[in-house]
Design a protein around this ligand. Structure first.
Ligand code: NAP
Ligand code: ZN
Length: 373
């Protein structure tokens, strides 16, 4: 798809169900190999329960890259044009007539979901990410209002039902808060669920966006934190971020020193790697939870699990209630992401650097650059 046909497709999709729309500037990918370029997208005018947010900062998640490049085509094929971005912080500029939680001028945030069925047992428990009908993710999911798919935060504004909008403290550093909406909650939620606490030895695999938040949270929860990295040059940073020890995972003898010693390991790696080497490091009854989402299924050594009754688990983002709890926890404890601010025009270069594990430790787009550009 070239840029002209991309604009035509966007226009076609906006032929909708009688809902008033406005046009917003954005960055979109036209195909798996096109990279991202300027586009305008339709947004609905706020409905009674909607909040319209002017986006100030949007984090760049490796999931954005996976989806732009259609790397998850077996699970969630990408619909083009694709506007990624699900780590959104901004200011409320307009509200619908029935909105209760927000008023114009408030700070607000949006993460990976913009809706769910709200009635299934998971939604009722506040676990909308596991919604029986599949939640409406912030981008690349069917948009029940305008047709087509949802468009994410690489955009000047977004319109979301207030039930899926989070409150942000006005004392927070806003750029450092944006990555909490995905990297933050995706690591906070499993660490809480598996009750990571003082007295435990906890491993974090990979020091990228998710990994650096996992180190901060596991440290804040009082655990002894060991960071596993393929980048020896990140050792100093890992210790500064809260790790007690750092292991360069390509070094077998360093890995062997930790055999059968971990209560919990959180794996945040975005690419193929050997899970079995980490399972060996768990104690009896220890748990390794995957949050990283490489495109290929990894080979599993079943004996590594059954001889020590170990568990291998997974976890997806977090529910709305827990996301608010995490934001409030971060505001109270002064926790934010370590960010490298970029202009939207640098996004394709930032993706290239993500592929080389060269990010310290989250790219965040200053959305003012989109309005100027
Ligand atoms: P990221 O910033 O790119 O970090 C990934 C880190 O993985 C890298 O910094 C690197 O750390 C390590 N790594 C990369 N390639 C590797 C390889 N071949 N072998 C071993 N280690 C390697 O990515 P992210 O944004 O944190 O996302 C990480 C993964 O989580 C992605 O797959 C993303 O899609 C997924 N994700 C899942 C959820 C969920 O709900 N479960 C939510 C968000 C993201 P070192 O340099 O330290 O080795
Ligand atoms: Zn993400």
């Amino acid at each position: 798809m070239n840029e002209a046909s991309m604009q035509a497709a966007l226009l076609e999709e906006s032929v909708s169900k009688g809902i008033n729309k406005y046009s917003a500037r954005a960055y979109a990918a036209a195909s798996p190999s096109s990279g991202l370029s300027p586009a305008s997208i339709p947004r609905r005018e706020p409905q009674p329960k909607d909040v319209q947010i002017e986006i100030l900062y949007c984090g760049v998640c490796h999931s954005d890259l996976h989806q732009v490049r259609n790397e998850w085509q077996d699970a969630v094929p990408t619909v083009y044009p694709c506007v990624p971005g699900h780590e959104i912080v901004g200011r409320v500029v307009k509200i619908g007539s029935a909105v209760k939680k927000f008023k114009e001028g408030d700070l607000a945030a949006v993460g990976c979901m913009v809706d769910s069925d709200r009635t299934c047992p998971h939604c009722r428990e506040g676990l909308e990410q596991y919604c029986e009908s599949v939640p409406t993710f912030t981008y690349n999911f069917p948009d029940k209002h305008l047709g087509g798919v949802t468009y994410g935060g690489y955009s000047e504004s977004i319109v979301v039902d207030e039930a899926f909008v989070l409150r942000v403290s006005d004392k927070s550093d806003l750029a450092g808060t944006a990555p909490l909406l995905c990297a933050g909650i995706t690591t906070y939620s499993p660490l809480r669920h598996w009750n990571v606490r003082q007295g435990q030895k906890v491993g974090v695999v990979g020091l990228g966006g998710l990994g650096h938040m996992a180190v901060k949270f596991a440290d804040a929860f009082g655990a002894h934190v060991v960071l596993f990295t393929t980048s020896a040059s990140k050792t100093g940073d890992a210790l500064r971020l809260g790790a007690d020890e750092v292991v360069v995972s390509r070094n077998e003898s360093e890995m062997k020193k930790h055999v059968r010693s971990f209560d919990f390991i959180l794996d945040t790696v975005s690419a193929d790697h050997n899970l079995n080497a980490y399972l060996e490091l768990l104690k009896r009854d220890g748990t390794m939870t995957l949050v990283g989402a490489p495109d290929k299924p990894p080979p599993l050594n079943v004996f590594g699990l059954l001889f020590k009754r170990r568990r291998l688990a997974g976890s997806a983002i977090g529910g709305i209630r827990e996301t608010q709890e995490m934001l409030d926890f971060c505001a109270e404890h002064g926790i934010t992401a370590d960010v490298e601010m970029i202009q939207i025009q640098q996004i394709n270069e930032a993706y290239q650097r993500l592929l080389k594990s060269d990010v310290k430790y989250r790219f965040v787009i200053d959305m003012a650059s989109l309005r100027q550009g």
